[in-house]
Write a protein that binds this ligand. Structure first.
Ligand code: NDP
Ligand code: OXD
Length: 313
């Protein structure tokens, strides 16, 4: 049975090439080349046009080409097939690289020394805090949050995390649920969000939350977000930076993507911006993951990393 690649914003060529090599004998169509809809068993989506997965009578599974699935569930006419998301070491490692980079940029005051270099200023900072004195709070202790937590711990940071359900993680102070959030915030100098976008996480990173971060820590408070832009209120981030409620921010995701040229975020020295590429879906790695899932599924094994539609992630 065949595959359809239902993507917008990404180039289909590398995906078709790699999937074709891994799954010989099957047609890999895009929505534009698809003719025989009855032979499609698997739909692979990244921001597919809503409604475009309808009329596939033999659809057996929908694969998100990313770890996040909010882009799948915006389709009000999504077929009733299991939804699988990406869980792959390549993507996870990329995200932890980005998180560690951003945490270190704030911890080691990168902007300050960058400015000093440009101004030829030699000003040692005797108050450089040790990683063990810097409290990193992770929102989201899923696949990505747990890997980042372990790697931040290995660097010596004082790591805590927050999830929806209780978690026990060696060496990490854990909090959960709405009641646990304030306790996490109260012990956080660098707040890192790796949350999925759901109704509960929409707009969570707002003025009221920033006001709960301590102002007397060794550095920060700083915000680092690579979860989803819909979780952040950008006007509140800007106001918090102006008021000194936040000392800086690192943002990979935005309320509107691409970030519009008119956004004041672009012009700020206290904001690090990356274009939603903290952890790209590398076609070779993700195609291998999907091909292995399809082959296992057709041998009678259950699909792994299924998304719970009720939870939305
Ligand atoms: P997981 O599903 O493995 O983890 C999600 C975590 O968020 C879980 O710990 C979950 O809690 C927690 N969570 C969800 N809802 C709530 C809530 N209401 N309150 C508290 N905690 C909550 O996802 P991943 O770690 O694989 O990925 C996370 C997100 O990262 C993706 O959904 C995507 O949006 C984003 N992402 C961004 C990329 C980028 O390049 N910027 C790349 C890849 C992913 P619990 O454990 O209790 O279920
Ligand atoms: C993802 C992403 O969800 O790249 O994988 O945002």
């Amino acid at each position: 049975m065949n595959l359809v690649l239902a993507i917008t914003g990404w180039t289909p060529g590398p995906w078709i090439e790699r999937l074709g090599a891994l799954l010989p004998g099957r047609r890999i169509d895009t929505l534009e080349t698809l003719v025989d809809r009855s032979r499609v068993a698997y739909a692979l989506t990244w921001r597919h046009p809503p409604g475009s997965l309808g009329g596939l009578p033999n659809l057996r599974a929908i694969f998100s080409l990313g770890a996040g699935v909010d882009h799948v569930f915006v389709d009000p006419n999504l077929p009733d097939a299991p939804v699988v998301r990406v869980v792959d070491p390549d993507l996870t490692t990329r995200m932890s690289e980005w998180v560690i980079l951003q945490v270190l940029l704030h911890h080691r005051q990168f902007r300050r020394y960058d400015r000093q270099q440009r101004e030829k200023v030699w000003d040692e900072d005797e108050a450089q805090p040790a990683a063990r004195d810097v409290r990193v709070g992770l929102l989201g202790l899923g696949v990505l949050g747990l890997d980042a937590a372990a790697k931040l711990q290995a660097l010596g940071f004082d790591v805590a995390g927050w999830s929806r359900t209780p978690k026990a993680v060696t060496g990490v102070a854990t909090y959960h649920g709405a009641d646990g959030l304030d306790a996490l915030l109260a012990r956080t100098d660098i707040l890192v969000s790796l949350l999925p976008l759901t109704p509960q996480t929409t707009g969570l990173l707002n003025a009221a939350l920033f006001a709960k971060l301590p102002r007397d820590g060794p550095i920060g408070p700083a915000l680092v977000n690579a979860g989803r832009g819909g979780s952040q209120v950008e006007a509140d981030i800007l106001a918090a930076l102006d008021a000194g409620v936040l000392s800086g921010a690192s943002l990979d995701v935005f309320e509107t993507e691409p970030l519009p040229p008119a956004s004041p975020l672009w012009r700020r020295d206290d904001v690090f911006i990356s274009p939603h590429n903290a952890a790209i879906s590398e076609p070779q790695a993700v195609a291998r993951y999907i091909a292995q899932q399809i082959e296992a599924f057709e041998r009678g094994e259950p699909l792994r990393n299924l998304v719970d539609r009720g939870r939305g992630y």
